[in-house]
Design a binder for this molecule. Structure first.
Ligand code: ZN
Length: 128
């Protein structure tokens, strides 16, 4: 674990996965298509399409962001990711082939918005 996981202010996590993806990252807000509720603050690495949200890239809400600090976490211990407002199922836990735990996003249930640092910080505060 490094200092960046302490997260006093939002700082991109820059590890080998970041470097493997062109050392490029953006903040994305993942929202529910059905009711537009913001659900996750996510560090999206690289330029590719988003299919899954890796646990160690979720910064908010705290409930989900804290799973990455649990050394004993498994996909079976994680809840499915549902919209807190309308309860639409958005994603399910998976173990990706790289050995990274992630939420696999269900197509058409979610939308993304890119956020700058200030908007990302504000969103994080609003979702807790
Ligand atoms: Zn919703």
């Amino acid at each position: 674990m490094n200092d960046e996981t302490i997260n006093a202010s939002l700082v991109f996590r820059k590890d080998k996965f970041f470097r493997d993806r062109d050392s490029y990252a953006k903040w994305w807000k993942i929202s529910c298509t059905n009711c537009e509720q913001g659900v996750l603050l996510y560090q999206k690495d690289g330029h590719g399409k988003l299919f899954r949200c890796y646990l160690n890239r979720i910064f908010a809400p705290t409930k989900y962001a804290e799973f990455q600090n649990d050394k004993a976490i498994t996909t079976k211990k994680m809840p499915r990711l549902a919209c807190p407002k309308c309860n639409t199922l958005l994603a399910v836990p998976i173990l990706h082939w790289e050995g990274r735990i992630a939420y696999r996003l269900i197509p058409n249930k979610w939308i993304k918005h890119k956020l700058d640092d200030a908007a990302a910080e504000e969103f994080r505060k609003s979702v807790g």
